[in-house]
Design a protein around this ligand. Structure first.
Ligand code: MG
Length: 123
């Protein structure tokens, strides 16, 4: 069965672009425009991986990650954080809080695809 990826970003253009790219690779794609919507879609759809923007209104990526890791149903879903500021502090924080990987913005679609593929092959 095709894997399902939830893309979370407050930039609609980026959501649409990633949807096209990931669907072309055979993934099922779900989208959320902020963290609150992301949590709802995670619990209803149980995606195989979440591509999670850090800076978003209403609820940011850190809060989403924290919520996912507290919930036994979602604690093992891989999360790839996508962030414009990718300092060492952010990396450490993300590792502590259970992110699987990081991608800096702006990113190349090829890079995102290869990271996603390698994470999904691990399980
Ligand atoms: Mg953002």
């Amino acid at each position: 069965m095709n894997k399902t990826i939830l893309i979370v970003d407050d930039e609609q253009d980026l959501l649409d672009l990633m949807e096209i790219i990931l669907e072309a690779e055979g993934y099922n794609v779900i989208k959320a425009i902020n963290g609150k919507e992301a949590l709802v879609k995670i619990s209803t759809s149980m995606p195989d991986l979440v591509l999670l923007d850090v800076m978003m209104p209403i609820m940011d990526g850190w809060q989403v990650l924290k919520n996912m890791r507290k919930d036994a149903r979602t604690e093992n879903i891989p999360v790839v954080m996508v962030t414009a500021k990718i300092g060492i502090e952010d990396k450490n924080r993300g590792l502590q809080e259970g992110a699987s990987d990081y991608i800096g913005k702006p990113f190349s679609p090829k890079e995102v695809l290869s990271r996603i593929k390698s994470i999904l092959q691990q399980d």
